[in-house]
Structures are given as C-alpha cells and as structure tokens.
Write a protein of this length. Structure first.
Length: 594
C-alpha cells in the first residue's frame, strides 16, 4: 500500500548518503539522488532547494487553502508553521494545494452539488501529487467539511507515514448579546421570510455571525470530522482542536511538522493507526457529541480506503450503547471554542474511557495511545460543556439508522437535538431541493406534514446536496418540531429536528422513495428503527414498474463522471471500488531498499 513496487531493481543506486539518511528516504531517493537525477534537482533548485535539502527526506504538505470561505482561509499561514517544524526536525517540506468547496457558501444553490464530489477529487489529487513526487511522508492541512475525510482517505490509500492537522474552529459571533453561528443565519432566513425578522436585524446577524477564519463553530460536520480524526488517532489530539485564531495554533503547526518526522523515523504508517477499533472509537465520539450525520458517509469511505469492514449498521450498534455527554450546537448550547476551553476533545475521550466506551489501547500519531492522551487532559473547573458519566444529556447516542420499506439499505437520523420517537404524517413530495424550499417560503408546508425531497442523492443530484436551506427555513417558520423530513440527499451538521437523510437506495437508482406520492402516509418509528410508507410491497412495485429515470442533469465533465461511478450512500458514496473487491489485488509496497 505504499508508493512503489517492492523491487530494488527499478530504483537507482543511492550514493554519498549515510545509512540513516537512506532509511528516511525510502521513496524520494529515486527522485533526487544520483547523477542520473541531475535534471530533477535542477528543476527543484529553481524552486529554492539547495544541496542540504536534497539530503533530507521530502515531506509533502498538502494544503486545502482557498480564499473562498473562512474554514480554510488561514491555512496558508498555518502551513508556514508546519514547514518550520518539518525543517527543524530534519525534513524538506514541499507544499502543494488542492481544492475545497465551502458548504456554508454554496448551500441551497447548484454549487452545492460540487461539495461531496470534491471529497473524491481532493483524495485523488493528493494521491497524484504524492505518487508523482515520491514523498517520504505527508501532512494534510484541512478545514472545511469534505477536506477532512478526503485527507484521511488519501493517507489511507497511500499508506506512507503521515497525519492530518485541522485548521480549527471559528470563534462564535455576537448578536444582540448572545453567541451565534452560521446556523443562526440560515434559520433567520426562514424567520425573515415569515415576517418575524426585519431586514435590518437580518443584516446585523449576517455581518456578525462569522467574525474571522475557522470552520463553522458548532458540532457541525467540520468539527465532527475533526473530532473523528483525533479519535481515529490520525490527527494529534490537542493540536487539531486548537481554534483557528488562537495564538497557540502556530505552535500546534510546528509541533505537527515535528510529529510527521517522528512517524517517518519510526515507519508508523496509517495502516498501523486506522484499525477497526479506531473506527469504532470515532463512531462513539460522534455519537457522544451529537455530531453530524455526514460522519456516516465519511467513515464508511475512510474504512473503504483502509480496507476495514464497516457496515451502516455498525453506527446504530455503537451509538445505542454510548450516552450523549457533550452539550454542543446544533442540539445543545455550546460551540467548539467552548469545548476547547473546557478541556478539549481529550476531555470527551477521558469521560468515554472511564465509562468503558472506547478502545483506549489504540495508537495515535503522537506516539501515545488514545487512553494516554485522554488521561493527560486537564478539565477546567466548573465547565458545563461535557457532562459527567452519571448525568448524560441522553442515555444513548446521537446517531440512529432506520430501515423499512422506504429505506431497505438504511437511512441516517440524528436524535441529539429532539425527543420525538414517533411521527406519522402525509407526504409532501418534491423532486428537488429548490421546489421544497419554494413551498416552505410560500407557507405551503403545514404542521404534521412529512416533507420528501428526492433525486438529490449521490447519483441523482448528482452530488448529494445538503438540505440546510430547507431545514433551517422550517425552523425559522416555527415548524422545526412539528414537521418531519426525509431525503436521499444529505443534511448539514447544523441541521436539527426529525430529519432522515441518505435514504437508500436513492430515487435515481429506483429506490422505493421514487414511488412515494403526495398524501401517502409515512411513519418514523425510532424505537423500532423503522421508516415506512403505508403501501404494500405489491403497490410499491407496481408504481416502480412504470417509473422512468429522470434525464441526467450533466452529460459531461466531473459531475457526469461522478454520477456514473458513485456508490450508494449506504456504502459511503465512494467512487473507488469497494474494498472487498480490491482486497486480493497486489498492494503497492513501501519500499526501503537502495
């Protein structure tokens, strides 16, 4: 699973370097060592490299910096501190960039279709640059939602020493004396449409909600996935969770640069970190913090790259035995910077280790186990963000998997932000997010309705858009607790209420959701893990027999390619072959020969 075949014959002989250096350059020596590599060195000298740089291992610094959106806006500066740490520890850093799509900006538009697609593009592009330049190790700087799982996926695929460093959370904004996040802005749009918020107040909220760099502040998808990385062990606990604008972030960057060199020296590859137990730790971390439903898609995709067997049912199994301990938005009171001040993600891990909910023996990129990292945390006296084990917010976790005649492969629902256990109502069916949003704006959705949004899945969208514009508008309209919603698309981590996403099979794949008509009675039954429509199997099949697939929205380009290749959301909506199909293929080797 490394970068080159296990054959010393294909590599040039290395000269003039001691054995210790040779061991630290298992790949890059084929690129830059020896007289026959003078051309490569000449090109790299034009980029500022000197003789001493060629004697050191080449360390890729994959940066997801982009000027469009606060989540990644500061990563160019953070990269400088990371490179300082790499140089100080004896490496030669080589920074490169990849793409990023801001969900918070593109939400509710055609641009949102690019978001989940970008996860695959980011993974592929990091792989290509790392393979093409024979990096000895890799550090990935991440920020917005899809960049985080993509970074882990790339590391798992390459299996060279490396880690992920999260850019950190944004500070909360201030509006009329209380803390706000981007979630409040989207919900205010609904209140404004209803006439309950003036133009002036909406403008004030808009200009106050995002005060600077950093990813969205609640336990939305970015902060959820950042916690996932720390619980997986692939991100250094305590460094990733430092907020974006905290002065300590520079130190976190330098220390991460040093850590990646430690991993190289010890030959600690991602396959030694990303195990089934680590994946289970990550799922438990999501469940106990009321984290984003998007984590299901992303952890399935990460497991696929790491060739670890993982089923959508594992999420329900683990979540059902884990209490909700963190009082975080969108269902709770606090934001990520509050969690950091309380003791950080390590405090969450400490509670869970004490409760027997984690595999504390799992290794991490810091060289310590997850249990050792948890034990070392300092809890701020009087903090209210992370509950004691004997006083959880809820006795079971925030993720539930429902199945039934509407979702034979399953769907995902987050229960952290509400107490509804059952809901039955007539379907209001829409074939796009725009159509549903227009109905909400017109006041056409009533209490008791079940809003169905279809043809927004990975293939049908394509791209599986998030429905925050619709769900936030429903909350703003005062319908958040009296309307249910289901979709083959996704939900933002900022979504709360009774919302079932990732319904599979999706409508574009002739899933039962394509057979639903206005007025059909739909029932959510959380205790029994069921999502059903009041139709017989024969009636569903009769309707599907006359079903015709909609015309594809894209006939060429990346979107068409994605629609052709993408798997079901129950498998992670990946475009690479499932791990079970590739497990017998001959892996690429992590070459250390001369």
């Amino acid at each position: 699973m490394g970068l080159l075949p296990d054959s010393a014959a294909v590599l040039p002989k290395r000269r003039n370097y001691p054995v210790t250096d040779q061991q630290l350059k298992p790949r890059s020596h084929a690129l830059i060592d020896g007289a026959n590599r003078a051309g490569a060195r000449a090109m790299l000298r034009a980029c500022g490299l000197k003789d001493d740089d060629f004697q050191k291992p080449l360390i890729g610094v994959a940066n997801t910096w982009i000027e469009i959106g606060p989540c990644n806006y500061h990563l160019r500066e953070l990269a400088e501190h990371v490179k300082e740490g790499i140089r100080a520890a004896g490496g030669t850093p080589l920074e490169f960039n990849t793409v990023s799509i801001s969900d918070g900006i593109t939400m509710g538009t055609e641009g949102m279709r690019a978001s989940l697609v970008s996860r695959e593009v980011i993974t592929d592009s990091i792989e290509l640059v790392a393979r093409g330049n024979l990096f000895d190790a890799l550090i990935v700087l991440v920020g917005c939602d899809k960049t985080i799982p993509a970074g882990v996926m790339a590391l798992a695929r390459l299996n060279i020493p490396g880690l992920v460093l999260y850019g950190g959370s944004i500070a909360p904004g201030k509006f009329e004396g209380h803390a706000v996040t981007i979630q409040d802005v989207y919900e205010a749009i609904g209140a404004h449409a209803r006439g309950n918020l003036s133009d002036a107040r909406l403008k004030t909220l808009e200009t106050s909600a995002c005060p600077g760099a950093g990813a969205c502040g609640g336990q939305f998808t970015a902060n959820t996935m950042a916690l996932v990385c720390e619980f997986l062990g692939i991100a250094p606990m305590g460094l990733s969770s430092v907020p974006a604008t905290d002065p300590a972030k520079a130190t976190a960057g330098r220390r991460s640069g040093e850590l990646v060199m430690d991993l190289l020296r010890k030959n600690v590859t991602p396959s030694k970190i990303l195990t089934k137990s680590a994946i289970e730790n990550a799922i438990a971390g999501v469940a106990t913090t009321g984290g984003s439903t998007n984590s299901v898609l992303h952890l399935l995709a990460i497991a696929n790259e790491a060739k670890i067997p993982l089923s959508i049912d594992d999420f329900d199994r683990i979540s059902s035995r884990v209490p909700i301990l963190a009082d975080l938005k969108p269902g709770g009171r606090f934001v990520a910077t509050d969690l950091y001040a309380a003791g950080g993600t390590a405090l969450v891990a400490k509670r869970m280790v004490e409760g027997g909910f984690l595999h504390g023996e799992c290794p991490t990129v810091t060289g310590r186990t997850l249990g050792e990292e948890a034990k070392a945390t300092r809890e701020t006296p009087g903090q209210e963000v992370v509950r004691k084990l004997d006083a959880p917010l809820k006795p079971t976790g925030g993720l539930v998997i429902l199945k039934g005649n509407l979702a034979p492969e399953g769907c995902v629902i987050k229960v952290a932000g509400h107490n509804l256990q059952k809901f039955t109502g007539p379907a209001r069916v829409f074939d796009s997010e725009e159509a549903a949003f227009a109905a909400v704006e017109k006041g056409a959705i009533k209490a008791g309705d079940v809003v169905v949004i279809r043809y927004e899945g990975p293939k049908g969208g394509p791209g599986m858009r998030e429905m925050l514009a619709v769900t936030a508008a429903l909350v703003g309209e005062g319908l958040g607790d009296s309307v249910a919603l289901l979709t083959d698309g996704r939900f933002s981590g900022a979504t709360h209420g009774l919302m079932a996403g990732h319904v599979a099979p999706e409508a574009a794949n002739r899933g039962p959701i394509a057979a639903v008509a206005d007025g059909d009675i739909i029932t959510f039954d959380i205790p029994n893990r069921q999502l059903n429509v009041g139709l017989t199997a024969a009636e569903i099949q009769k309707r599907l027999a006359s079903w015709k697939p909609p015309a594809p929205r894209f006939l060429n380009g990346v979107m068409a390619k994605y629609a052709l290749l993408v798997s079901s959301p129950s498998l992670g909506a990946v475009t690479t072959p499932p791990a079970v199909l590739t497990a017998s293929a001959q892996p690429l080797q992590n070459v250390r020969s001369v």
